[in-house]
Design a protein around this ligand. Structure first.
Ligand code: SF4
Length: 376
């Protein structure tokens, strides 16, 4: 009987993000691990591999598809209210013990993560996104960097149809991957999980590539928002949060920083759930560092005005939120405060058209007569 790994090894095409090395090795350039891979072996992510001196990358399937409000990704300064058609493949270059998407991200490492990938084409995904009324196409759920060739194929089709595009990523990128992605991606969300390299090594990575990605994505003109999942005893000390916020401020005071609440998940079941007070403390550290847009997430109605967007010029509440729901929207068509005309950084639609959904739902391909079949 075929294993998941066998099935996925048939759903590939030759990768673009790689370079040939001596003795039949190839170096993968898709993520910050920069794996040198000998013939017949897989990289750290287990989904990119060397066969006969060529690098192969995932292609032609999705591990998950869902319609999300864009506020869930989260983007607070990009097309508020838009429906974000979200797709992912399988696998990850990190192995975070608290991953909230572990069923897709750890599918190749953890036998408990049972996944049934579905055969897909960029055309079919975009057609469904349009039928759902989506405005943004998002690669998420697994780490999109490791499946960038497929994401670019989907995004090319999405752009043709007038959709915006986004990555929800751990930020463990390479300069080569970002150059490859730049023409096709509008929005880039990065998790900055800690400001301590020892913590990143526990998760299977290093902090340096992530910091470089944040700086580089901003300089390259992606719209960047940063998320830090606040975990008691892991990354919530005042000292660590201060250094993290000061780093973001050194890149730009205009980068939105979301501090979000941890709840017990996957293998991390020891730390207590994050409290509203912890989020408020982290947010005040972000503001003290000079960041102009700091948000507290995952606690609807419990963090006061930290869910809302305020004008940094006059303080007016421009967008009010309750969780993913937008209850008030006052921005001008030019993306400015209507009271003092301060320009608010972000990617804004000319007008707010309401929300098709303020909670996630699954598109039903079967009803539409365009079924995605299970890979086997
Ligand atoms: S995506 Fe990253 S982990 Fe996977 S093979 Fe390439 S460099 Fe290695």
């Amino acid at each position: 009987m075929k294993t998941l790994s066998d099935i996925l090894q048939e759903s590939v095409r030759e990768g673009d993000l790689c370079e040939k090395m001596d003795k039949g090795f190839v170096r993968c350039l898709a993520c910050g691990h920069r794996c040198p891979i000998p013939d017949g072996q897989v990289g750290v992510c287990k989904v990119r591999f060397n066969r006969g001196g060529k690098l192969y990358a995932p292609w032609g399937y999705v591990g998950a598809v869902q319609c999300d409000p864009i506020e869930k990704k989260p983007f607070n300064h990009a097309y508020p209210g838009a429906l974000a058609y979200s797709f992912g493949m399988l696998g990850c270059d990190l192995h975070c013990s608290y991953c909230q998407n572990w069923v897709t991200s750890q599918a190749l490492r953890d036998p408990r993560a049972v996944s049934s990938p579905l055969r897909a084409t960029p055309e079919l995904l975009v057609e469904d996104a349009l039928a759902q009324g989506a405005k943004v196409m998002v690669s998420t759920y697994n780490e999109p960097l490791i499946t960038s060739e497929w994401a670019v194929a989907v995004f090319k089709e999405a752009r043709k149809a007038g959709l915006r595009t986004a990555y929800v990523s751990n930020g463990n990128a390479t300069p080569e991957a970002l150059e490859y992605l730049r023409p096709w991606i509008d929005l880039y969300k990065i998790d900055l999980k800690s400001f301590d390299d020892r913590h990143y090594r526990q998760l299977g990575g290093r902090i340096q590539p992530i910091l470089e990605t944040i700086r580089r994505t901003y300089e390259l003109g992606f719209w960047v928002e940063i998320v830090t999942l606040l975990i008691k005893g892991f990354n919530d000390s005042d000292e660590e949060l201060k250094r993290l916020a000061e780093f973001l401020a050194s890149v730009s005071l205009d980068i939105p920083w979301h501090v979000t609440a941890f709840h017990k998940d996957y293998k991390m079941t020891d730390p207590a759930d994050t409290t509203p007070e912890m989020l408020r403390r982290a947010a005040s550290i972000g503001r003290a560092a000079g960041l102009r847009f700091v948000y507290a997430g995952n606690m609807p109605g419990r963090v006061g005005e930290l869910e809302d967007t305020h004008c940094p010029g006059c303080g007016k509440a421009l967008i009010k939120r309750y969780g993913y729901h937008i209850s008030k929207y006052l921005m001008t068509a030019e993306g400015c405060c209507p009271s003092c005309n301060t320009s608010i950084p972000g990617r804004w639609a000319e007008r707010f058209e309401g929300q098709l959904a303020s909670s996630p739902y699954l598109p039903d391909f079967r009803q539409r007569g365009a079924p995605l079949t299970v890979l086997e």
